[in-house]
Design a binder for this molecule. Structure first.
Ligand code: FBP
Length: 307
């Protein structure tokens, strides 16, 4: 085990050896194994956005095997997906990559201001399928946030008791927030704090903008001159908000973007002390050879091999 991974595991002292070994499995796997940085492939967009919006740009992605192959060949730390995708292909890739079973999902077939995901699989499913972790989305700012916090508490308690790690996708949205507020720096750092307080081992948030949503927060940012000017500053503040850097915080990729835009964001995540990326559409919507080259560069940025 590397010194860095040992240090990271020391932040999770209340967890069982099983849970910490599963965290170590993810931290040691793939091209970034041992560095403390992570790149995870998440493919729940078929459920979250619909199949055509997700897979039409690269139809190979309709096949569940494709995503396992992509994550393995790219050298990702882990692959995250809902029950169906993992059940469909796990037997073809036994032990080849750590898996994160996404335990709740949300679709966009019903227009709603206040989203609430459904619980779509269980901690026991994750154990049965040999997963290292469970994943769960919360929507701070939704009128239903309290339901999701309670579900997350129950799932985290059961997962930890059974030796699995917990990954929380913390995505602010709902009637409590403006559209711009979903990625405001005060809101994203608050979302990271909530996920940490709910007991997440790994926290996933969107990259924050310099917008500040709440007037009360604005006063504090101004009075104490909290640096939020550059993207790296904002990443640093989000990581600080998750127990002063003692929780693994990774950032989501977002819709497909230009390579250089994404690489600049990865540099800012690295320079701000972020732990890496969970990058779905920017991976599987590219043709495979292009996706492998793209992910290789992202990993080289995180490893410090490319400035
Ligand atoms: P992307 O890299 O494709 O953004 O994937 C990250 C992710 O968290 C997925 O797990 C999820 O399906 C998607 O973002 C949700 O995006 P949104 O809720 O913003 O539509």
């Amino acid at each position: 085990m590397t010194e860095r991974v040992r240090e990271i595991l020391s932040w999770y002292g209340s967890d069982t050896p099983g849970t910490r070994a599963n965290l170590a499995r993810m931290l040691h796997h793939g091209r970034l194994g041992g560095t403390g940085k992570m790149v995870i492939l998440p493919v729940d967009q078929g459920f979250e956005h619909g199949p055509a919006r997700s897979f039409a740009p690269n139809p190979a992605g309709y096949d569940p095997d494709y995503h396992f192959q992509l994550a393995i060949e790219a050298g990702c730390n882990a692959y995250a997906a809902p029950l169906g995708f993992i059940e469909a292909s796990v037997a073809n890739f036994l032990g080849a990559i750590p898996l994160i079973l996404k335990l709740n999902n949300h679709d966009v077939l019903h227009e709603e201001t206040d989203p609430l995901s459904s619980v779509t699989s269980s901690v026991d499913d994750a154990l049965r399928l040999g997963c290292a972790a469970v994943g769960f989305t919360i929507y701070p700012g939704s009128a239903h946030a309290r339901v999701m916090y309670q579900e997350a508490r129950e799932i985290a308690q059961e997962a930890k008791a059974k030796g699995l790690a917990v990954v929380i996708w913390s995505y602010p949205r709902g009637s409590g927030l403006s559209k711009e507020g979903e990625t405001a720096i005060d809101v994203v750092s608050y979302a990271a704090q909530i996920a940490a307080q709910l007991g997440a081992h790994i926290i996933k948030v969107k990259l924050p903008t310099a917008h500040i949503e709440f007037a009360e927060a604005q006063k504090v940012y101004q009075r104490y001159h909290v640096p939020i000017e550059t993207l790296a500053d904002r990443v640093r503040h989000v990581v600080q908000s998750a127990f002063n850097g003692k929780r693994i915080v990774i950032f989501s990729g977002g819709p497909r973007s230009e390579d250089e835009t994404f690489f600049q964001e990865a540099r800012a995540i690295r320079d701000g002390g972020g732990f890496g990326s969970i990058v779905g559409r920017n991976s599987f919507q590219r043709q495979k050879t292009e996706a492998l080259a793209f992910l290789r560069t992202v990993m080289q940025i995180y490893a410090g091999e490319i400035q």
